[in-house]
Design a protein around this ligand. Structure first.
Ligand code: SF4
Length: 492
């Protein structure tokens, strides 16, 4: 079994409670702050079989499938925005996420909200709708909105031409006030993004670029119908560095159909060669009932849970050896990167874009399926592009579903986010929900996946693979109402 390598915040003498009994062996790693933990694989296999059940990714709490469609109208969202605007935090800057849903070809593993097309005449009406939606927000605000970040995701944002992206960004900024630390990021497909586009985006003000790598192995790329080469990625990375982008992120995926340790070794060795600042290393989410492209694969094509976890451990080991710090559940960053600093300072946050160092109190989502968030509410736009365009045309906020957080939701949102970001949370034994939650996790405690120390629940190193499942066991809403679990992918 490959070792688990982590970078603890303290040395082993302070972390004994995180190393359950004899199931993990700790030895000194290759760097000053690196420790190597080797789990007893037979225990881990047994636990993986037991706990690899469907569970949310907890990029929100409650998770999106638990939100309401019938009762959460555009009027409810507008009220939540007005309430935020009138609150003490009302001048806090917003993060803006813009969903650009088109792609030219289908990657069969993909579970994103996207539309496959080669028709670029769709660009103009879509950008017009997004700008109209932004106008609706600035009208509600009564003027330009303070913003700290714009992030373009998709789909493939670079499906859109340089002119379309310029129109979009200039249109947004015309009704915004940028904070001094304002920055813009974009997700790109290295197989279809040109050098010229990288330059253009930098001229527009983008300083963060996130490249969808998934896997560099030609065999896996062919299996998931994705065309891109190492050479193309190398050229884009070199150009991004030359232009002055200050953050380069790679998205990788483990657990893909047919993926083996050799593919991970090949991919991660190439990644290390390119030296990105951050890496998101996601587990493949097999949800064929939602993503038709995944019906190309059967369960038999997927690595079974123990082999799947070994893929992640191999990648994690290689990244740690190369000097990357493991952050939260599935992110890695170089020491000195803002995400590493936030993890080490205990100020890391999590939202729909994954782990982030920014704690924006307001997230505005623009475009089909985009999600917005205030401290009191979540809202998601219409996911079907035609429905989104029609609602905008009618002058309505195109809200499809959402949720108003109760006071109890807010408390448990905080606990779940603490666990996802910092792997610990303070318990309140006067809260009856804690008493019932502790009964549910008693077995996990006996198995060494969590430890309870000084009124704090910690996830141990053995428990790290089960972070989503542990949060699920604490999710009071789930255990009160038993919502449908099949909406989620396997937790590990
Ligand atoms: S992985 Fe990216 S490019 Fe491929 S279909 Fe999904 S959104 Fe489009």
């Amino acid at each position: 079994m490959v070792p688990v390598i982590v970078w603890p915040l303290a040395g082993p003498s302070d972390i004994n409670h995180l190393l359950p009994r004899t199931r993990i062996i700790c030895t000194k790693g290759p760097g000053a702050d690196i420790w190597i933990f080797t789990p007893d694989m037979s225990s881990l296999s047994e636990l993986l079989r037991k706990y690899n059940q469907p569970a949310p990714r907890y990029t929100s709490y409650p998770p999106v499938p638990d939100w309401e469609t019938a009762t959460f109208t555009d009027g409810v969202w507008k009220n939540a925005l007005v309430q935020f605007r009138n609150s003490e935090e009302g001048n806090a800057p917003a993060q803006v996420y813009i969903h650009l849903p088109y792609c030219e070809s289908l990657c069969t593993f993909c579970a994103c909200n996207k539309r496959i097309t080669k028709n670029h005449e769709l660009e103009d009406p879509y950008i017009t709708a997004v700008l109209k939606e932004w106008d609706m927000y600035s009208n509600l605000y009564g003027g330009p909105i303070p913003i700290s970040e714009i992030h373009l995701g998709g789909g493939t944002p670079t499906f859109f031409s340089e002119e379309s992206l310029s129109r979009l960004i200039n249109g947004i900024l015309a009704h915004a006030v940028k904070t001094p630390d304002f920055e813009m990021g974009i997700e790109v497909h290295p197989g279809t993004t040109t050098i010229q586009m990288v330059r253009h985006l930098h001229t527009l003000g983008f300083s963060r670029i996130s490249m969808g790598i998934q896997d560099f192995s030609p065999f896996i790329l062919e299996k998931i119908n994705r065309t891109q080469s190492f050479k193309q990625t190398l050229e884009l990375v070199n150009e991004a560095r030359k232009c002055g982008y200050h953050s380069i992120n790679f998205d990788l995926v483990y657990g893909l159909p047919f993926q083996k340790i050799s593919h991970i070794e090949y991919t991660v060795s190439k990644v290390i060669q390119l030296n990105p600042d951050r890496i998101a290393f996601y587990g493949y989410a097999h949800v064929p009932w939602k993503s038709k492209g995944q019906r190309h694969f059967t369960e038999a094509d997927l690595p079974e849970p123990v082999a799947r976890w070994a893929l992640f451990e191999k990648g994690k080991e290689m990244l740690a050896m190369a000097g990357y710090l493991s952050i939260g559940m599935d992110h890695f960053a170089k020491p000195g990167d803002a995400l590493s600093d936030a993890f080490q300072d205990g100020t890391l946050h999590r939202n729909f874009m994954g782990y982030t160092e920014q704690n924006a109190r307001l997230l505005i989502g623009l475009g089909a399926s985009a999600i917005g968030e205030t401290p009191d509410a979540y809202a998601q736009n219409e996911p079907v592009i035609e429905d989104y365009l029609a609602r905008i045309e009618a002058g309505e906020f195109p809200i499809f579903k959402g949720h108003l957080l109760s006071e109890t939701d807010k408390i448990w949102k905080q606990h779940i986010m603490e666990l996802m970001c910092h792997q610990k949370t303070d318990m309140d034994l006067n809260d009856p929900n804690w008493l019932t939650a502790l009964k549910r996790v008693a077995e996990m405690r006996d198995e060494g996946l969590i430890s309870l120390k000084n009124m704090t629940l910690h996830i141990t190193y053995l428990g790290l693979p089960f972070m989503r499942t542990i949060c699920y066991m604490l999710d009071y809403r789930h255990w009160e109402s038993s919502p449908e679990t099949s909406a989620f992918s396997a937790a590990v």
